[in-house]
Design a protein around this ligand. Structure first.
Ligand code: NDP
Length: 299
């Protein structure tokens, strides 16, 4: 992009994700002195290529940090009972401190039943209702990875949300709702005034223009345009969308929910896609696996 038209500073998720992983090394070394190697199990059901890519990159991230990792791959016709049995075995497995079951799951499996079956102390995705409840109460143990990554990004750049207007666009259980709940808490890197908007919100541009911090978790390219943001605001783009692009080798490129070029000329800080929130999610998963190992080994 032409630097003359861009005023926003870049929130570099790759750099911050690297810093998070570096900080984890001393915690991993302390655990190793006590003979503990944090272990993460990822269960993949079916043959969705995107899910397989996610699971592989999580396993690779474990290897790089010398964490133990196990990938369990099951066919698309796996029954709910079979999956629940796998989760139960992992709950009891002392080598495993973190369990994640990659979504989406095939239609014969009820996702909530699987989430409920995971031992909350091993719920490194932070999706179990017990952990969701603790986040709402302001007493979190394991935070959901993407919202946690967003807070870490703000923290790294000293962008304290306290007292500021935050508008979260999107109300999913994995991003929108938990990030809103986290920023609302009394405590460090929180204390924000939070609004959550969604597809039924009227006058979205009016709502987002009030924001000091806009968090877009929508799943639609270019939904947040420059006319929808205030001069000098902070823009966090969670979206990962594939758009056709015949000029690339793969025939597509990844883009966020924000018109990056346009908004970068108006915002003070902005996350790119790729290279913003995305890299944080995996680092926070590693973080949670180490935290889970510390907490479990303390009991
Ligand atoms: P969901 O589809 O679960 O939720 C999308 C939300 O956006 C819904 O609340 C929906 O409203 C709202 N929405 C849709 N269209 C509009 C619109 N035009 N105006 C306002 N709100 C709208 O998505 P997720 O939260 O799971 O993911 C959001 C994006 O973030 C996706 O691109 C996903 O790939 C990406 N993602 C990235 C991650 C990362 O690590 N970087 C991790 C997780 C997700 P309603 O509730 O009314 O339907």
């Amino acid at each position: 992009m032409n630097s003359l038209t861009m005023s926003a500073q870049i929130i570099d998720g790759k750099e911050v994700a690297k810093a998070v992983r570096k900080q984890l090394k001393s915690r991993i070394a302390t655990l190793a002195e006590r003979g503990i190697q944090p272990g993460l199990a990822a269960v993949l059901v079916g043959d969705d290529p995107a899910s397989a890519t996610y699971v592989n990159s999580k396993a690779k991230a474990c290897d790089k940090l010398k964490l133990y990792s196990r990938v369990i791959t099951k066919p698309a016709d796996t029954s709910q009972d079979e999956l629940l049995k796998i989760v139960d075995d992992l709950n009891k497995d002392e080598k495993i401190h973190g369990i994640l079951v990659q979504s989406p799951l095939p239609s014969q499996i009820d996702e909530l039943s699987v989430t409920l079956a995971i031992d909350p102390s091993k719920d490194v995705d932070g999706f179990h209702p017990y952990n969701v409840g603790l986040v709402l109460l302001g007493r979190p143990s394991l935070l959901p990875c993407t919202p946690f990554g967003i807070v870490k990004l703000l923290e790294h750049y000293n962008l304290d949300p306290a007292g500021r207007e935050v508008v979260v666009v999107g109300r999913s259980n994995i991003v929108g709702k938990p990030v809103a709940a986290m920023l609302l808490q009394k405590g460090p890197m929180a204390n924000a005034t939070v609004t959550v908007a969604h597809s039924r919100s009227q006058n979205l541009p009016e709502i987002t223009r009030r924001a000091d911090i806009v968090i877009a978790a929508i799943g639609r390219p270019d939904t947040i345009t420059p006319d929808m943001i205030r001069e000098g605001c902070i823009v966090i783009d969670v979206g990962v969308n594939r758009v056709d692009d015949p000029s690339t080798e793969k025939g597509y490129r990844l883009t966020g929910d924000v018109d990056f070029e346009g908004c970068a000329s108006k915002a003070s800080w902005i996350t790119p896609v790729p290279g913003g929130v995305g890299p944080m999610t995996i680092s926070m998963l590693m973080y949670n696996t180490v935290t889970a190992a510390e907490l479990i080994s303390r009991n």
